[in-house]
Design a protein around this ligand. Structure first.
Ligand SMILES: [Mn+2]
Length: 435
């Protein structure tokens, strides 16, 4: 993404800070996986959003104080021995150049300069996500300032979180972000299609997961989240990630997977019969979920708030389950008493972006649902799950788990279904399986 985008974001962010305040963001560190190996590095998303930098052990400091640089970065100095083993890294000078920081300093200057910069500041902004590690550092800096009070030092009096402000910014995607997300969606679709074509009874769930791995890797992508390949009873387990069951002929297969392309996530779920043909009961449930999803997508426009698609999906699901006799009573009563929750226990949407469950609130300070606005991206993913644990349900209905999920961008008129190229109508879907 062009560097001036990050500059603009920092400006907007700093304008939201109180006068005489300092914002401190800590980049991600390498997380240990075992003895001496680490997980692949993943930059903190707020840090990335404001800097575009993707290297471990960085700190970014923002300031609205005249005596302190508006944007500075701290990083490890380059080390030829380290680079011999791990490849080239950016030192302070390169980092400053890449991200347009006014100042860049080696990490060992952090304590010294922070104590100096925090002296006399009113408010400190930190990230909620990694608050423990920052508060730890902060308490050391505050102690040092407290010891200098008789020499005229002033200790900041308030700590605030950057998350609400950054959430408000991140929830609106610009053209470059949307282009990246469309690309992430296309790669995800390729993976889903490949898995669907390979699907047949007798395979293990991880063999289908491998088709997603292969496709995403082939495009230089990783998974935005642990992929779910749930067959039969596992399709009713919302976060089934073990993916280790052998697929049986009568199973539905639920695949929930998304590629992460240039740090942006995609998130698609499709459900289909392992053998290529739905049973009557599976098809009845599938049709309800599909109708619910289409109804929910149709109300994704600027006259709606975030809750409206969920409400729309719920109405279709409740009607459908009542008609099938799986729920009893009348629709209004089921809605009010939430008895539908035994079959539909999650919400219909979440924001999507740098994180799969992206930053941004869903209700404002007055507890009103956030209005949908052009440039917002959310998922629409209703589902029905009838577990075999529901002992009062006729077994012909159990072990049916269906979720259908697409990624939607709000526009001034009709919603853009970013993942529209991924088929979901029964005929097209069934024609693809095991081909
Ligand atoms: Mn999702």
């Amino acid at each position: 993404m062009a560097t001036d985008i990050y500059h603009q974001r920092r400006q907007t962010f700093c304008q939201s800070m109180a006068p005489d305040s300092i914002g401190i963001l800590r980049g991600a560190t390498l997380a240990r996986k075992s003895q001496d190996s680490t997980w692949p590095f993943r930059q903190d998303r707020n840090f990335y959003y404001l800097t575009g930098l993707s290297q471990p052990d960085l700190w970014a400091v923002f300031s609205t104080r005249e005596e302190t640089p508006a944007f500075s970065v701290f990083c490890r100095p380059r080390n030829s021995e380290h680079e011999r083993w791990n490849g080239p890294t950016l030192g302070p000078e390169e980092v400053a150049q890449v991200c347009g920081a006014e100042e860049a300093h080696p990490l060992d200057q952090l304590d010294h300069l922070m104590i100096q910069w925090l002296n006399g500041a009113d408010t400190i902004y930190i990230s909620q996500q990694d608050s423990r590690s920052i508060l730890d550092k902060l308490s050391g800096w505050m102690d040092a300032l407290t010891h200098q009070i008789r020499a005229g030092a002033r200790v900041p009096q308030a700590i605030r979180f950057v998350d609400p402000v950054l959430g408000k910014l991140r929830v609106h995607k610009n053209a470059a972000e949307l282009a990246t997300m469309r690309k992430a969606a296309q790669i995800t679709i390729e993976g889903h299609l490949r898995a669907m074509k390979k699907a047949r009874p007798g395979l293990y769930e991880y063999e289908l997961a491998a088709e997603l791995d292969y496709t995403f890797s082939r495009h230089g992508c990783s998974h935005a989240y642990d992929p779910i390949v749930g067959s039969g009873p596992n399709a009713c387990v919302l976060h089934h990630v073990r993916n280790d069951r052998r697929i049986e002929a009568q199973d539905l297969i639920l695949i929930d997977a998304g590629a992460e392309y240039q740090c942006y996530a995609s998130d698609i779920t499709r459900t289909f019969p392992a053998c290529g043909t739905f049973t009557r009961e599976q098809q009845a449930i599938y049709e309800i979920v599909l109708a619910a999803q289409e109804k929910a997508i149709a109300v994704c426009h600027p006259d709606s708030d975030f809750n409206r698609p969920h409400q729309a999906a719920l109405e279709v699901i409740i009607d459908g389950l009542l008609t099938l006799g799986l729920l009893r009573g009348d629709a209004k009563e089921v809605m009010e008493t939430q008895t539908y929750r035994r079959f539909y226990m999650h919400r219909t949407s979440h924001w999507l972006g740098l994180d799969v469950h992206d930053a941004g609130v869903y209700q404002d300070e007055q507890k009103n649902w956030v209005k949908l606005q052009p440039g917002m991206v959310l998922t629409i993913e209703p589902g029905i799950y009838i577990s075999a644990d529901e002992s009062d349900i006729d077994p012909m209905w159990t072990n049916i788990g269906v979720r259908i999920e697409d990624d939607i961008c709000i526009t001034p008129s009709r919603p853009e279904v970013i993942t529209a190229d991924m088929p979901k109508d029964i005929t097209t879907l069934c024609a693809l399986i095991g081909t």
